[in-house]
Design a protein around this ligand. Structure first.
Ligand code: SAM
Ligand code: SF4
Length: 433
């Protein structure tokens, strides 16, 4: 059995759940589609391009099916949105499941042996579900599912349903299990983690949950993604107070123009966004902010785009994920005229990228000569071990170390996306200064 994951970290975590359930049911996990007799695509619908890529991969499995028997399943947001239509229209797909239907996978695969089938189950949050994690260093823990914000452009509320906070005791149980298993870091996940508990006030707030997670004794705690409307002083205070909570915040701005933000139904203006980041940086001067930006939203004028460029200038983000607007089915945006020409979208995207490259180099250059604590978490394609500093910057580590180890790195090199340097010492040098 082979699982291929597209899209966000939520999907990655769900694929770990699928792998766990199927491994418990006796399936062997294969490293490639060619070695598997059951292939599952956990598909993404956020942008059209992501969807097209998954359809490309479905085509590759269809080719494989000419040579031998393979069962193909499609799930995640893609399964949820297209549902039965995938069975009707794509002959190579044998089974379809929804964005949280993976608990039923063994039975579904069984049924799909004799009959092509789509099953879109009700969402569940079940801590007892098995999990087969991809990393032995960072454990992903989902704390909210779904989203109720209905940003004009976004398909997520349709693909994943309304926001549901997971009971706090189940989250803490999962963190404890990770700790027990030797994990060094937890990554709390949700479409908008900082809105945790707003649907279930008895669960408490995100700031309270973050504090409790930090106090389990896990060496590092991170979280993503946050929504600007629900970011608060209490969250910044918890990040600052708990020495093992990392000083990184992913806060999607989407645009610097208030008119565009209103049309996007983002529920904040640029003034609020800037003032919250200023507050965060007052409380934590080393806070690293990353963001998402959409260029070419319907009606975005040249002046609107310049406001986005000004925001980038003012905020000096560590990382900017920029995307061209792509109309999505079911969303309110799908009814708007996609009136920014493709060439203009491309130019705007390039301007954001090229300015951000300069800002990232300038920001990264501040770290030359510094000693940073890095948690080693992977091996690059060039065979170099890399990890993350406390503020989420990637650090390439030269010297003797291994995955899951804390090392102190003396930074002597930078690129747009990473720092690099030699290892001074292995293991922790004692919390944040
Ligand atoms: N919940 C997060 C928030 O609101 O900050 C974002 C989650 S969303 C799945 C990830 C990113 O995909 C968004 O921040 C947005 O920039 C991008 N995105 C979503 N829909 C898009 C669309 N139709 N076209 C282009 N980018 C899109
Ligand atoms: Fe999509 Fe907006 Fe929800 Fe983020 S907050 S997942 S962009 S609808």
């Amino acid at each position: 059995m082979y699982i291929e994951t597209w899209g966000c970290q939520m999907n990655l975590r769900q694929s770990e759940g699928m792998a766990g359930i199927l491994a418990a049911a006796g399936y062997q996990i294969a490293d490639s589609m060619e070695q598997a007799d059951v292939v599952i695509f956990n598909g993404c619908m956020v942008r059209q391009m992501a969807e097209e890529k998954v359809f490309g991969r479905i085509g590759a499995v269809a080719e494989e099916k000419r040579k031998r028997t393979v069962l193909l399943g499609v799930g995640g947001c893609m399964g949820q949105i297209h549902g039965h239509a995938l069975i009707k229209r794509v002959a190579s797909i044998d089974f379809v499941f929804g964005s949280s239907g993976h608990h039923a996978l063994p039975a579904l695969i069984e049924q799909a042996q004799s009959q092509r089938i789509a099953e879109l189950a009700e969402p569940v949050f079940d801590s007892s579900l098995a999990v087969r994690r991809n990393s032995a260093v960072t454990g992903m823990v989902t704390i909210t599912e779904g989203c109720s914000n209905f940003c004009t452009y976004c398909i997520v509320p349709y693909a994943r349903g309304p926001m549901r906070s997971r009971p706090r005791d189940l989250i803490l149980k999962e963190v404890d299990a990770l700790l027990e298993a030797g994990y060094k870091e937890v990554l709390l996940l949700g479409q908008n983690v900082n809105s945790y508990g707003t649907d279930q006030p008895s669960y408490g707030s995100f700031a309270e949950l973050l504090t409790q997670v930090a106090r389990t004794g896990i060496r590092r705690a991170r979280f993503t993604t946050s929504h600007p409307k629900d970011i608060s002083e209490a969250i910044f205070r918890a990040m600052e107070r708990e020495s093992n909570v990392c000083h990184h915040l992913h806060l999607a701005s989407q645009s610097g123009s208030d008119d565009v933000l209103r049309a996007m139904n983002r529920k904040y203006d640029s003034g609020h966004y800037v003032s919250m980041i200023d507050m965060g940086r007052d409380i934590m001067p080393d806070l690293n902010i990353s963001t998402d930006i959409i260029v070419g939203f319907p009606g975005e004028t040249g002046a609107d785009f310049e406001a986005t460029m000004e925001l980038i200038e003012r905020m000096r983000f560590g990382t900017v994920f920029v995307a061209k607007y792509s109309p999505r089915p079911m969303t309110r945006g799908a009814d708007l005229v996609d009136d920014v020409p493709a060439l203009v979208k491309e130019e705007r995207l390039e301007r954001v990228l090229s300015r951000q490259r300069v800002i990232a180099m300038e920001e990264n250059s501040r770290f030359i000569g510094q000693d940073l604590e890095v948690l080693v978490e992977g091996v690059s394609r060039m065979g170099v071990l890399y990890g993350r500093a406390d503020d989420h910057r990637t650090v390439m580590c030269q010297g003797d170390t291994e995955l899951g180890e804390f090392v102190t790195v003396h930074v002597d090199g930078i690129s747009v996306s990473s720092l690099s340097g030699g290892i001074l010492s292995r293991e922790k040098f004692g919390g944040k200064p």
